[in-house]
Design a protein around this ligand. Structure first.
Ligand SMILES: [Zn+2]
Length: 428
């Protein structure tokens, strides 16, 4: 009985093994067939590509002997064309005819040109193409009667990304990451209302998605910045490009414009008690003097907010100011808040708009609890109520859904960019 069972189980095992092997074999065969099909398809694609005529500047290159070079010092159109068997009369005609399209005297040493010459031993020029820059070109068609025309190469826009940790400057971090330093200017302009790029910190980091313009697979410059994430003092700032009604702007993740206006007042609820004036009777000193600030009266202990993003450059006490805090917002604007009962900001702190930096009091020369709000523009004290700030409209309600979708997608893309770490940077 036991023998019988052993025999049956052996047979079953054998059958199972065979079927598994057969299955594997079939699978491998299928795979091979698939691969063969793939190879065939690729081959077809190659032949298709080859079948298409190869052109340069819209001229079929197959029929010509192509000579590419750069104009040498003291080389002119005449020198070049003479060496390609074009006679003086034709060259003269060419120069004359060219005037409406391009002045041949404007050809500069170092610029690229291409000659399409005949394939025979004569090597006579049929076309001469001059490239004043990477995009434009001028074609001198000598194949038939002379014709001259301007063309432009196709500029391809590709989306690229960059990241970096800052150890000296944004400019150098971008260079280290092989990105165009021109991006530094773009980024600092986009984030100018949130970050003072003169006060960038070691260890700040950034990620950006931006456009690069390509001609013939060569980068010729940057396009617009699509999205940026900037970490400054361990606070994250986002900027997302968005076009609403044909107006291009950058917005944060809450759809607010990055060109932040200042808060109208450093207090949530307050009463404007004394305006900025060149002449007022000082209530404590009992004499006429300028009042270079705006007073907002509120009960002692009312929180005082920073009216914009910025860095605390002073947090101190003087007999006149009492407890005060001064904040530099960017290269243009600085604000100051006086007579606090208590300060809640230290020098070097980075604050965001609306952050509490102290509490209303009447320290220093003050008759009652209020905050004296002072405002500097380019180092000069001004009346903040009379300032024209850039409009800072958020994304309109009717565009919010579209913005949300785009922003979420870009945020994910930013998240997927790995940060060039400290070690990597150091090894570069
Ligand atoms: Zn005041």
């Amino acid at each position: 009985m036991k023998k019988k069972i052993r025999l049956i189980s052996s047979i079953l095992f054998l059958l199972l093994t065979v079927s598994v092997l057969l299955f594997i074999n079939k699978y491998q065969k299928d795979q091979k067939i698939e691969e063969a099909y793939k190879a065939k398809a690729e081959q077809n694609a190659d032949t298709l590509l080859l079948a298409e005529p190869q052109t340069q500047f819209g001229i079929e290159i197959d029929s010509f002997h192509i000579v590419e070079a750069k104009i040498k010092p003291n080389e002119f159109l005449a020198n070049i064309l003479l060496s390609f068997n074009i006679d003086y009369v034709t060259i003269d005609q060419l120069a004359e005819k060219s005037k409406d399209v391009f002045d041949v005297r404007q050809m500069r040493a170092g610029k690229k040109y291409t000659v399409f010459a005949s394939k025979d031993s004569l090597k006579k020029a049929s076309y001469f193409v001059y490239q004043p820059n990477k995009v434009e070109y001028i074609v001198y068609d000598l194949s038939d009667s002379i014709s001259i025309y301007k063309g432009e190469k196709e500029v391809e826009i590709r989306q690229e990304s960059v990241s970096g940790v800052i150890y000296s400057s944004l400019y150098e971090s971008l260079q280290a990451a092989n990105a165009s330093p021109a991006l530094a200017v773009e980024l600092s302009e986009i984030l100018a209302w949130s970050i003072d790029f003169y006060r960038i910190q070691k260890g700040d980091w950034f990620k950006a998605i931006y456009e690069v313009k390509y001609v013939d697979d060569q980068a010729i410059g940057i396009g617009r910045v699509i999205a940026v994430e900037f970490n400054h003092f361990d606070k994250t700032f986002y900027g997302f490009y968005f076009d609403q009604d044909g107006k291009e702007d950058y917005f944060d993740e809450e759809a607010n414009s990055l060109r932040k206006a200042f808060l109208k007042s450093p207090l949530k609820f307050s009463r404007l008690s004394s305006r900025y004036t060149m002449r007022r009777f000082h209530p404590v000193q009992k004499r006429w003097k300028a009042h270079l600030g705006t007073d907002y009266a509120a009960p002692t202990g009312t929180p005082i907010m920073s009216t914009g993003d910025g860095q605390v450059i002073a947090s101190s006490y003087t007999g006149g100011n009492g407890n005060y805090v001064k904040i530099k917002h960017n290269s243009v604007y600085t604000t100051q808040y006086l007579h606090m009962s208590k300060r809640k900001a230290r020098v070097g702190d980075y604050v965001k708009q609306g952050d509490i930096i102290g509490y209303v009091g009447s320290t220093g020369l003050a008759t009652g609890p209020h905050v004296c709000y002072r405002f500097w523009k380019n180092g000069k004290q001004v009346d903040h109520l009379k300032q024209d700030f850039p409009s800072a409209e958020p994304v309109k309600d009717e565009h919010k859904e579209e913005f949300q979708q785009k922003m979420q997608k870009l945020k994910k893309e930013l998240d997927s960019i790995s940060l060039n770490s400290k070690e990597e940077f150091a090894s570069k």
